[in-house]
Design a protein around this ligand. Structure first.
Ligand code: NIG
Ligand code: FE
Length: 388
């Protein structure tokens, strides 16, 4: 493969201790990519020659965003549910069933086309690593095909058979948990890296969450949990106890939840575009960061609670509404996401890291929060290949 050198970078965010400040910034920098990896970073003046030369002309460069939480394999439309919410109706977990009905009806081709379009949309906005959950099939066959399609688009696939109890199990949650832990898990485990449970009022309780994640761990899937989205509950502590890579949402947390996260390797993944689209209070990132918790920002792109695929919007909301500094928000959207997916090859730009590189039409990464809603992506490389 050819080597590419980018010179004239105003600010290079490396997320490594080699650079300055919390983002490991290098000014007047250059970066060399070769064989899909970062080969060299340093001052632009001493950049080595390469086959291909790109002049950043004073733009900034950062690691591609790591969007560690999405639900982009689905069918159907819930824009009217959003409109009804904005007219005053609250968000409830039950809306998920609308998407389940449409997804079960859809062909593989339709599901694949929608998911591929959304992943392309994410890439174009600078997200070079994307996680995708199942959860709109809720039968062994529909969950497995969701994960097969997700796996065509990313290695970060998550089995979320425990999203809600589907209508055919009304009044028989026990029967559904048995299905999830048995036949459904067997059908899905070959296609999933992670397992997740929506632990919330209207979805699954603490005991069910523990049972499902324990069965999934025995099948080789590492736990993650949706917890604290609609109210306080046991999900955060169960996630920490089971060694979850991440507990996601964390909008409603007790002091004990914060203390449990702080003493653990579990990342708190915050999804502010959901609060934006459900008109809920935002999670308090400051409280978590000050307690020593590792925080990630992700989009949770899904047709119900929030249909944004923009990591830049998540960063802007993190800064404006969640008391994050601009550096903390950018770090959470890159290195934080990598930690939430237990990946050490993405989220930073040290030599040897994957050449997932985002160039912004801006002189520094503050602009992500400073110019909300403005398209600022200049170029994206994934594995060293420039995306169209
Ligand atoms: O992360 N919390 C559960 N799952 C999604 C919502 C899915 C939906 O409303 O369709 C979420 O917000
Ligand atoms: Fe989610």
């Amino acid at each position: 493969m050819t080597a590419t050198v980018i010179t004239g970078i105003s600010v290079l965010v490396t997320n490594t201790p080699g650079g300055d400040g919390p983002l490991g910034e290098v000014t007047d920098a250059a970066l060399v990519m070769e064989d899909g990896r970062v080969a060299w970073t340093g001052p632009s003046a001493s950049a080595p020659a390469a086959d291909e030369h790109v002049d950043a002309a004073g733009r900034c460069v950062l690691p591609g965003f790591v969007d560690s939480h999405s639900h982009v394999v689905f069918a159907g439309d819930r824009s009217r549910e959003f409109a009804a919410r904005m007219a005053g109706r609250p968000y409830a977990a039950g809306g998920i069933r609308t998407t389940v009905a449409a997804t079960r009806e859809a062909s593989d081709e339709v599901l694949r086309a929608t998911a591929a379009r959304l992943v392309a949309e994410m890439h174009a906005q600078g997200s070079t690593t994307v996680e995708i959950k199942s959860g709109y099939g809720l039968t062994p066959a529909d969950e497995a095909r969701t994960l097969r399609i997700a796996g065509e688009l990313t290695p970060e696939t998550t089995f979320l058979g425990a999203h809600v109890v589907p209508p055919e199990f009304d009044g028989d949650a026990r029967g559904y948990v048995d299905l999830v832990c048995g036949e459904m898990l067997r059908a899905c485990a070959p296609y999933a890296r992670w397992a997740d449970v929506f632990c919330e009022r209207g979805a699954f309780d603490g005991e069910q969450t523990r049972e499902i994640l324990t069965a999934a761990a025995a099948a080789g899937l590492t736990p993650r949990v949706h917890a604290g989205q609609l109210g306080e509950g046991p999900g955060v502590r169960i996630g920490v106890e089971l060694g979850a890579a991440s507990v996601d949402h964390c909008t409603f947390l007790t002091d004990a939840d914060v203390a449990a996260l702080a003493g653990s390797e579990t990342v708190a993944t915050l999804l502010p575009t959901i609060e934006f689209s459900t008109r809920q209070p935002y999670p308090d990132a400051r409280r978590l960061i000050d307690a020593g918790v590792t925080v990630a920002l992700a989009t949770d792109c899904n047709p119900g609670s929030g249909y944004s695929s923009s990591m830049a919007l998540a960063i802007a909301l993190g800064v404006r509404e969640m008391r994050m500094t601009t550096e903390e928000a950018v770090r959470a959207a890159t290195l934080g996401g990598a930690r939430a997916l237990r990946r050490d090859d993405v989220g930073h730009l040290a030599p040897g890291a994957r050449a997932d590189v985002l160039m912004l039409d801006a002189p520094n990464p503050i602009y992500l929060a400073y110019r909300p809603g403005v398209p600022q992506v200049s170029a994206v490389w994934k594995d060293g290949h420039r995306l169209p």
